[in-house]
Design a protein around this ligand. Structure first.
Ligand code: SF4
Length: 637
């Protein structure tokens, strides 16, 4: 669309700005564009919950073009949860709606005096009073706004809102769009709450101009065939992302009891297959234009009322609110998932915080006096529901837990930090680094803290079928693909995969549909990009866009004082697992250090500090970043 909408909430000013083709080509959109804008516009050290923080809502170049996975958008800001860089992505129907409303991205700055919501419609925008919606659950907010607009068709507009958790500045508050999709991670809902922005809403039918429609159509047809062939796609469709739960348990890598174990005796009761066979699953849903249909639709009256329209649990939620808390009741997981959506809470951080509280209670570090009389026992669905509510309202112990495990542990003290599982302030997702070494490495170096969505995990690389010379994945890069390998060739795969995923998160497309798990080839995505824009981008340039965004977010962190010293894993994740096939085979500090060394070298980052060197920044087209960074850090040459 070539346009960015800038909304200043303090001054109640709205204006359009040009998105130049040069910037679009270098950063594309999503995380890349968000990083460029935030690095340039945020002063180092700003309060993440103050009006000086900014929030960038960004699509990519391609939304509105109908192929599987082309349905996501990113929200970026300085994180109130993590140490610095914050980013979250979501699917559903919002991304094409932002485009159809006339914009590639929206920048939100300042803070409103009273609650407002932003209405972007057909190339124009206005702020409306949201006082009457303040305090409502996300679903009620969405329905009320649609009613105010007189919407009949449920897909006419797309609404993204915060619930009570965002309003109360819970540090892991989510933004919920289209009733059940979440920008979950990094506390972007709290940033919205701090700005008193209750919702943003997009409507319209504008279309981006396409350079070569015929060629684009050919590539889109090609996508259909490729996605059908994706090795992971049938399982995703049939059982959702939770289809792997049983396999993870059998392989001893199902995060259980706050990462104390890798196996869970109740695992078979909560898997994607059990959702289907029990009849709890009543349908499959999808994001815009995606044939994979990995979204779960669940419904129940008993033992808990669970609503069809609010969505079902995917894997991360299944593990976080299930095995991680020793809860083997799939209905309870479904209920807790919907409660999190209504309050506007990230399910991964919530599950992690609840498990942390259960362990703290067991160890006597939290007492009944602090919990309003609640006994925080492992595995109890009622305790999980109550804690979600208390966190969402910041009520008694919920106020401490709403700070996330890192800050909560500091507040509780007396050794609580030993079992507060986070990297750079952000709770660890539901993948076990002791059974997949690259997961350990990438958790440690993650720019927003531990993240499972920044590269393809170790298991997905098959020596025979995953070779792609055009991506640099030749046979000599993948000789010893063992899960416990931590050698240079393994680290190279992590680096290449991270560049590719960073590009996916800039484009912003769903990584589930894309090679190696999904069948969609990067060469096809590149073809679509060039057909749409008339560019002649090469695969090298395509991968550099991803790499550039990684260097930029790394520089953003370095400017905030977050460097290689923070590339660490929590102590518990470096101890041996007590059970399962990976028992007694820890990821040691020595192994992690050697992987970090290789990773820094491959990226052109200084080995001592982990900061990108000036040479690297200049080579990748980020001289302005080097110049800025040099003002606050000792920038390696
Ligand atoms: S694979 Fe699933 S999450 Fe990804 S776009 Fe398709 S339906 Fe959405």
């Amino acid at each position: 669309m070539g346009k960015i909408l800038r909304v200043n909430l303090t001054r109640q000013e709205i204006k359009d700005e040009q998105l130049s083709e040069d910037v679009a080509r270098k950063y594309i959109g999503g995380r890349g564009l968000g990083a460029k804008i935030l690095f340039e516009e945020l002063k180092p050290g700003v309060d993440s919950l103050g009006p000086e923080n900014k929030m960038v809502i960004a699509t990519g170049v391609m939304p509105g073009m109908p192929f599987a996975g082309n349905s996501r958008f990113a929200v970026c800001a300085k994180s109130p949860l993590g140490y610095a860089w914050g980013e979250s992505l979501s699917g559903g129907y919002m991304a094409p709606k932002i485009k159809q409303a006339g914009f590639d991205a929206i920048i939100i700055e300042g803070a409103a005096k009273i609650p407002v919501w932003l209405y972007v419609n057909q190339g124009t925008a206005e702020l409306r009073d949201a006082s009457k919606y303040w305090g409502l659950f996300t679903a009620d907010t969405e329905k009320s706004i649609k009613k105010e607009l007189g919407d009949k068709d449920r897909r006419q507009t797309s609404v993204a809102s915060i619930g009570p958790a965002g309003e109360k500045l819970v540090r892991f508050a989510a933004i919920i769009n289209d009733l059940r999709e979440a920008c979950g991670r990094s506390g972007m809902g709290a940033v919205m709450g701090s700005k008193k922005l209750k919702a943003w809403v997009c409507r319209g039918n504008l279309k981006p101009s396409i350079y070569d429609q015929q060629k684009l159509n050919e590539y889109v047809r090609q996508c259909v065939g490729e996605v059908k062939k994706g090795p992971y796609i049938p399982s995703l469709h049939d059982y959702g992302t939770a289809g792997d739960t049983d396999d993870l348990n059998l392989s001893g890598r199902l995060p259980t009891k706050n990462f104390q174990r890798g196996t869970f005796e109740g695992a078979d009761k909560i898997t994607g297959e059990t959702l289907v066979s029990s009849g709890f699953l009543v349908g499959r849903d999808t994001c815009w234009a995606c044939s994979t249909n990995c979204k779960r639709v669940v419904e129940a009256k008993e033992p808990y009322e669970i609503y069809r329209e609010l969505g079902g649990q995917e894997y991360e939620t299944t593990a976080a609110l299930g095995s991680f808390c020793l809860n083997d009741n799939m209905y309870a997981i479904g209920k807790a998932n919907q409660l999190c959506n209504l309050y506007g809470l990230d399910t991964i951080s919530t599950g992690s915080v609840v498990a942390f509280a259960m362990e703290a209670y067991e160890k006597g570090l939290i007492t009944k006096e602090q919990t309003g009389g609640l006994e925080i026992r492992w595995g109890s669905p009622e305790v999980i529901f109550k804690l979600v509510e208390k966190i969402g309202k910041r009520e008694d112990i919920g106020d401490t837990l709403a700070e996330g495990v890192c800050r909560a542990a500091k507040r509780i003290g007396r050794g609580a930090e030993e079992f507060a599982l986070h990297v750079k302030g952000r709770e660890v997702p539901m993948h076990e680094p002791r059974g997949k070494r690259n997961v350990g490495l990438m958790y440690a170096v993650g720019d927003r803290g531990a993240c499972h969505m920044e590269w393809e995990h170790d298991d997905m690389w098959e020596p025979d079928t995953s070779l792609r010379p055009e991506l640099g994945l030749t046979a000599d890069y993948m000789p010893e693909r063992g899960l416990l390998d931590h050698g240079l060739s393994k680290v190279r795969i992590a680096k290449i995969a991270a560049d590719l995923w960073s590009m996916c998160n800039s484009l912003v497309v769903c990584v589930f549909d894309i090679y190696p798990g999904g069948g969609l080839e990067h060469t096809t995505l590149l073809g679509i990009l060039n057909a749409a824009t008339g560019w002649n981008m090469t695969m090298k340039e395509y991968m550099q866009v991803g790499e550039r965004a990684i260097d930029l977010t790394r520089a953003f962190n370095a400017r905030e004082g977050v460097t290689g010293k923070d590339d660490r894993l929590p102590k518990r994740l470096m101890e041996p697992l007590p059970d399962g096939p990976f028992a007694g085979k820890p990821l040691t500090q020595e192994m992690l250090d050697s992987m970090l060394d290789s990773y820094y070298e491959l990226r052109g980052w200084d080995k001592k500090t982990g900061i990108p060197t000036r040479t690297k920044l200049e080579t990748i087209g980020l001289k302005f970043v080097a110049d800025e960074l040099e003002k606050v850090v000792n920038l390696p040459a």
